[in-house]
Design a protein around this ligand. Structure first.
Ligand SMILES: [Zn+2]
Ligand SMILES: [Zn+2]
Length: 444
């Protein structure tokens, strides 16, 4: 403990700077704890048991640490979250290091936006290329917060999947262990890099993964949490449901590809989507999470957003546009089999949508038009299929001598609420008229 007492006049532990504060690649609290131990030549278990646990004032943890138990480490999965174990560790480490910014290393500011349900990975995963680069360039090796989130599967910088098995011993590794050295496997202590070529990601998967990554990166890098009021999710969904789906939750749910009971619970504020769910909703609606939250919000929060957009726009402009390669990519998007939206295109190319529009307006308009037509066609096909089903049910009822009321049709097709959709209801009425069964009131 000698190392520690030398510093005791100012702080008990060295006041080391967290890496990447206020960026999407901010360090995680786990990583900070590991680096802090490393800088003091202590293993994590030692630092936790001697300095952290006594300050947490949790009897069960003290008992556990005294008798060599593992309670603190077993709960480590959510240390980068926002529950008690996380906020308490922040408090204690801030006291020990005299820092005041360690809450930034957790998801504290997103506590009103994302439930912890299904949020964190069970084991550690990392980008071997990032670690290799930091190591080769003698930079501090650290683990960004974003790596710990379940939906995040890639490193955007290196266009590769994160890996979760050590390339040397093939073992998975816990989120936090008693013995951990930054950048090294806690099982075999080899550097967490791999010699073989990194696995390439196919285009379709890349589209989703980049969408996820960039959205989460922008959330983590945000320096305000004012946007995220739980009620805004239901408000927005309700608004979209009214505006785009004429208050037809089943249709909206079908569009999103989720059960309608789930969507109904979100709209009624009985439940909020997991981060994965929210990402999927925004992906389908061709918007980003920040855009999703930015509409109809009080001015204060919108101004935050504008600030944010300004800086990211500047960044984009600072990156010199490589016209030829962008044009090639846009052309590729335009001729590939599966039409994609401009938001997705912008993510794939890695440029802001507005920059693409202002530099390549024709390409962008064509891509957007093609995607819209594709979406329309899909919904047309769905309507045609449903009409066929209605027709079959209609005539089989007539043949059975039963009046083909809307209720009977719905029972026959086993689709409740089927005729609530205007076009389908009209179609049914047309059938009635054609077969002279219509009495003017649309008998039920
Ligand atoms: Zn990387
Ligand atoms: Zn290993």
């Amino acid at each position: 403990m000698e190392v520690l007492t030398i510093q005791a006049s100012r702080s008990i532990l060295y006041n080391i700077d967290p890496i990447g504060i206020e960026t999407g690649l901010v360090e995680s609290l786990c990583s900070y704890l590991i680096r802090l131990s490393y800088e003091h030549n202590l293993n994590v278990g030692h630092l936790v048991n001697k300095l952290v646990v006594p300050e947490l004032h949790k009897d069960y943890l003290e008992r556990s640490s005294k008798y060599g138990g593992n309670s603190f480490f077993e709960g480590a999965k959510t240390i980068n979250g926002y529950k008690d174990n996380s906020t308490e560790l922040v408090r204690v480490l801030e006291e020990l290091t005299t820092r005041i910014d360690l809450a930034n290393l957790t998801l504290f500011k997103l506590k009103d936006l994302v439930p912890l349900r299904n949020l964190f990975k069970e084991t550690f995963s990392w980008c071997p290329e990032c670690i290799k680069n930091w190591n080769d360039n003698n930079k501090s090796i650290y683990y960004p917060l974003i790596w710990y989130l379940k939906p995040v599967q890639i490193c955007f910088k290196h266009k590769c999947y994160l890996i979760d098995k050590c390339p040397a011993c093939y073992k998975k590794t816990d989120i936090l262990r008693r013995q951990m050295i930054p950048g090294h496997c806690p099982n075999c202590f080899n550097l967490l890099i791999q010699d073989e070529a990194i696995e390439e990601i196919n285009n379709l998967e890349w589209q989703w993964h980049t969408f996820v990554y960039l959205n989460i990166e922008s959330l983590i890098g945000l320096n305000s949490s004012k946007l995220f009021v739980k009620e805004n999710i239901s408000k927005q969904l309700n608004y979209i449901n009214q505006d785009l789906f004429s208050d037809n939750i089943p249709n909206f749910a079908r569009f999103l590809g989720i059960p309608k009971s789930t969507l109904r619970a979100w709209i009624k504020s009985e439940n909020i989507p997991t981060l994965d769910g929210l990402l999927m909703v925004c992906f389908k609606l061709d918007t980003t999470i920040l855009e999703f939250f930015s509409k109809n919000l009080p001015n204060v929060t919108i101004s935050h957003l504008v600030e944010k957009t300004k800086t990211s726009k500047e960044k984009v402009i600072r990156r010199r546009l490589d016209f030829v390669s962008i044009e090639n990519s846009l052309n590729e998007v335009l001729i590939c089999d599966q039409p994609i939206s401009m938001v997705a295109t912008a993510k794939i190319i890695g440029r802001d949508k507005r920059v693409l529009y202002s530099n390549f307006p024709e390409y962008c308009k064509q891509i957007s038009k093609r995607y819209r037509e594709y979406i329309n066609l899909e919904s047309k096909q769905r309507i045609e299929e449903l009409k066929k089903e209605i027709q079959i049910a209609f005539y089989s009822l007539v043949n059975e001598g039963i009046y083909p009321s809307s209720e009977k049709i719905q029972m026959k097709t086993n689709k409740r609420g089927l005729l609530k959709e205007r076009v389908l209801q009209e179609y049914w009425r047309d059938l009635l008229v054609m077969n002279s069964l219509y009495n003017g009131k649309g008998r039920k």
